[in-house]
Design a protein around this ligand. Structure first.
Ligand code: PHB
Length: 403
């Protein structure tokens, strides 16, 4: 296949595999600096637009979308949140981000970030091919890597690049191109998953509610005034069919119930999915002329809402590094990428792991484990240091902070 005849050959400075937030944001930032890209994705634009993902953006990331000219829709359709609520032992505790660390986050679903980025690429004349198949990435240990793909009309194409970026998500094929003996994969599986629902119901709370109960975790988020996003902890192999609406509401109500009488406003459930997750990092994030960005290099459990933010941070750091590499510095500039991206990745890995374990119950938990967890929750909300830690981690860290 590597040398088979193709219908077109296009030279381009950077070829990007994957049109999720990392790949498209990178293409957008490079495009602003006058560098052309070709972005490929096996999924159709419609498929990506209709896949529900998490929805929290750090203020810096939100500002980045507006200030780099992607779109200012987030200011109209997004919601700034200055805190979250933690509930456990039947009581609510508010973590006031603004007061504790002077920061906030934006509730703006990843699907909307994708829509904005895809529209910005179209508006700016960037090349993005959706719905491709048989993608091959070749010659990444040379300074003339190539990417080949079959377009949705069956024609075969080749991009001759100087650099290739693997931004092809949590089931990345690009990361497999780093030879087995030269890469390390760090990972952690969890003995639970999230049952995610979309409900046609009014909002139940002004801010996100992260609830821990003896029955397990629940998260109350939202999408619009009339559509709410909620999750509850379930077994990784939980059959969706075993969950009629009544049982879902009963479970969610039990997990958020408390002495304040808090109750969720109910309505028809229009979508149900079991979402499995894990913690994962592959190092190195660069091999020859290829770099990895976003979920292709690292994934986090959704509990700390870090995934999308990490992807956008990778894109920002990588855009700067690639611009230098395409300029007078050459490939040596790529050496700066991993250290600058990875510090934030491991901070986020720690926070996501910590928050996941803090709020979920695990099948083999002993009475000691359960009681100790309540002590940990009490430390997190009942001490200034605990609240400040949570607020600082949840709202992100300033870009390039090495403090
Ligand atoms: C969501 O709104 O889908 C959401 C919010 C916060 C999370 C995870 C998911 O931690």
């Amino acid at each position: 296949m590597a040398d088979a005849v193709v219908d077109t050959v296009t030279p381009v400075p950077v070829a990007v595999v994957g049109a999720g937030p990392a790949g498209l944001m990178l293409a957008h930032l490079l495009g602003r600096a006058g560098v052309e890209t070709i972005v490929l994705d096996t999924r159709t634009r419609h498929e990506i637009e209709t896949t529900h993902r998490a929805g929290i953006l750090e203020a810096d990331a939100a500002r980045g979308l507006v200030e780099t000219g992607v779109s200012d829709r987030i200011l109209l359709d997004g919601h700034e949140h200055e805190g979250v609520e933690l509930r456990f032992g039947g009581r609510p505790y508010r973590i006031d981000f603004k007061k504790l660390v002077g920061a906030s986050v934006w509730l703006y679903p990843q699907t909307d970030v994708f829509i904005d980025l895809a529209e910005a690429r179209e508006r700016d004349g960037g090349t993005v091919h959706f719905g491709v198949s048989d993608t091959e990435v070749l010659d990444i240990t040379t300074d003339a890597p190539r990417v080949r793909w079959t377009a949705s009309d069956g024609t075969r194409h080749e991009a001759r690049a100087r650099y290739v970026v693997g931004a092809d998500g949590s089931r990345s094929m690009c990361r497999d191109l780093v030879p087995e003996g030269r890469r390390v994969r760090y990972g952690k599986e969890y003995p639970y998953a999230w049952f995610g629902v979309m409900a046609e119901a009014p909002m139940s709370a002004p801010e996100l509610v992260y609830a821990h109960s003896e029955h397990g975790f629940a998260l109350i988020s939202r999408r619009t005034e009339t559509v709410q996003r909620m999750y509850f902890q379930c077994a990784p192999d939980e059959p969706v069919d075993a969950w009629p609406d009544d049982r879902i509401w009963e479970t969610l109500q039990a997990r958020v119930a408390g002495e304040d009488g808090f109750r969720l406003k109910e309505g028809p459930i229009i979508e149900k999915t079991v979402l499995r997750f894990r913690s994962f990092v592959q190092e190195p994030m660069r091999w020859g002329s290829m770099t990895l960005a976003g979920d292709a290099a690292h994934t986090v459990p959704p509990t700390g809402a870090r995934g999308l933010n990490l992807a956008l941070h990778d894109a920002k750091v990588l855009a700067g590094v690639l611009l230098r590499a395409l300029g007078s510095e050459g490939a040596a500039a790529l050496a700066d990428y991993q250290p600058r991206a990875l510090q934030r990745v491991w901070r986020a890995q720690n926070f996501s792991y910590w928050m996941t374990r803090l709020l979920h119950t695990a099948p083999g938990d002993t009475p000691f484990d359960l009681r100790r967890r309540l002590g940990e929750l009490d430390n997190a909300v009942g001490t200034r240091a605990g609240r400040t830690f949570l607020a600082e981690q949840y709202t992100g860290w300033p870009a390039g902070a090495h403090d």
